[in-house]
Design a protein around this ligand. Structure first.
Ligand code: UDP
Length: 479
């Protein structure tokens, strides 16, 4: 008997654009990172953007995506359609108000129960769950053990790194470590956003478990949509002003104090912009007030602007208007701000830590400096401000670098491929079950699956082929 049609033959089949098993439904879980939240304040930063952009891009590829998060306000709708195929589902778990992430763990069993309830009531069959941050990772572990779903996880931040230098880490740190270890060792695949994160996971969490490096992506078209000239007109900034920009939350680990001290020693004239807001009831307000007091003490009040939280729609103008964007973090797992600035053709000076070491190319797209050293930062900023031609060189290189590596499309393709490879066997079994196949054809498909010759990209072709067998268009011929 001959083998089933060789896999390479699939490529020659004409594939119709049908609703098929190859257009699966995925659940993204982001307990504390609502994709529709106001970004740039306590509790809402890069993770919210990451899940939203991923969900939207997967939906554009034809997938169905539900992003599960926790309801924080009674006025919030439970279900929001972000785009056709992509929804935010807000589940009730704990009080319907903002709860800091350090106090969310106790409400997670309720989140799991609400998720299962939603799934049963709607009859949605999820092919895979992708969890974000350790709290969602714990939720995913419970769902995986109950439903047997493949689980992918993105850490966004690792407790063992965050608390490494803290004398008195909070009580939750020990639980977090345990959960982060279980996630790495037991789930199907962890996505690390930088090689630095892989090293941290291997050294501080576990040698076991599968890790794949896929960086964060951004909507590069959006961030490169404004020229510096137009941006400055829009924001009322003079064409010859020297603008130093910080974008992000007010958090001690962001190293804003180092930036303020470095600016105080600059020989150049400049304006310093802080883009980012804070919650009235959050610790970020205290940090913002501390920074404002320092600005005053160092005599920078007249040249410093605190814009408050700026929407994603308005942000490209701030990036484009700046001469340099500074990311002075002491700890930064990835750092979306650095790639957003580079997409806007703005050179970046960043601390030589975490993911920033891999997103900013020293001497090409900007400069890397040691964290917490305001003398070195002063020199680096002055160097960039004093040299328009160097700045232009960095700006062009930064733009091309981000386009080629960090666009949402490029990153989503890699994540989609990973999802498909983890769900391939489930899809093939579904195809077999929903078609009336002879035992011979079924056996051949199982053999093909086991041989690992079948690739996720062959699924549509396989479905079409199986359709042809089951409706008699193609018949099996024994030799
Ligand atoms: N951001 C924003 N508005 C603001 C300040 C920040 O939308 O006023 C966004 C910014 O564009 C970026 C995110 O917040 O996408 C911050 O992400 P990053 O990874 O740099 O830091 P995180 O907040 O995750 O620590």
């Amino acid at each position: 008997m001959k083998n089933l049609v060789p896999v390479s033959l699939f490529e020659s089949l004409e594939i119709p654009n049908l609703e098929t098993h190859s257009q699966p439904t995925y659940a993204l879980i982001s307990v504390h990172g609502d994709p529709t939240a106001e970004i740039g304040k306590e509790g809402a930063g890069g993770q919210n953007i990451y899940v939203r952009e991923l969900g939207l891009a997967l939906a554009q590829k034809g997938c169905q995506v539900d992003i599960f998060t926790r309801r924080e306000h009674p006025n919030q709708e439970e279900i929001v359609e972000l785009a056709p195929g992509c929804r935010t589902i807000r589940l009730t778990a704990g009080p319907i108000k903002f709860v800091p992430r350090t106090e969310l763990f106790e409400h997670l069993p309720e989140f799991v129960a609400s998720w299962l309830n939603f799934q049963q009531q709607t009859g949605r069959n999820y092919a895979l769950i992708h969890t974000n941050y350790w709290l969602s990772g714990w939720v995913g572990l419970q769902l995986k053990s109950q439903l047997g779903l493949p689980q992918v996880h993105t850490y966004h931040s690792i407790g063992a790194v965050k608390y490494r230098d803290e004398q008195n880490p909070p009580q939750i740190a020990a639980i977090r470590h345990c959960v982060e270890k279980t996630i790495l060792e037991q789930i199907d695949c962890v996505i690390s956003t930088s090689p630095q994160e892989v090293d941290d996971l291997r050294q501080l969490i576990s040698q076991k478990g599968r890790i794949k490096i896929i960086p964060c992506g951004i909507n590069t078209t959006h961030f490169s949509s404004v020229s510096q000239k137009i941006a400055r007109q829009k924001l009322g900034i003079s064409p010859d002003a020297q603008i130093i920009l910080y974008v992000g939350r007010f958090d001690r680990r962001k190293g804003i104090e180092t930036l303020v001290r470095s600016c105080a020693a600059l020989p150049n004239s400049f304006q310093l912009y802080f883009v980012g807001g804070s919650r009235e009831d959050g610790p970020d307000l205290q940090e913002q007030q501390r920074i404002q007091a320092l600005v005053k003490k160092l005599g920078l009040e007249a040249v410093t602007v605190f814009t408050g939280q700026i929407s994603q729609a308005q942000l490209p103008a701030y990036y484009a208007a700046a001469n340099v964007c500074v990311v002075p973090s002491y700890y930064e797992p990835f750092g979306l701000v650095a790639i957003e600035a580079m997409a806007a053709r703005t050179p970046v000076i960043a601390s030589n830590v975490g993911g920033l070491q891999h997103t900013v190319v020293h001497g090409q797209t900007g400069l890397l400096v040691p964290p917490g050293n305001h003398h070195d930062l002063t020199k680096a900023i002055s160097n960039v401000l004093d040299n328009p031609s160097l700045r232009q060189f960095y700006a062009n290189a930064a733009y091309s670098w981000v386009q080629s590596r960090f666009s949402t499309q490029a990153v989503t393709n890699q994540i989609y491929e990973l999802y498909q490879s983890l769900t391939l066997s489930t899809f093939v079994q579904e195809i077999i079950q929903t078609h009336n196949l002879t035992p011979n054809v079924e056996k051949q498909i199982q053999t093909l699956l086991k041989s690992k010759a079948l690739k996720p990209s062959d699924i549509k072709a396989l479905e079409k082929l199986v359709d042809s067998f089951s409706n008699g268009t193609v018949q099996w011929v024994n030799s």
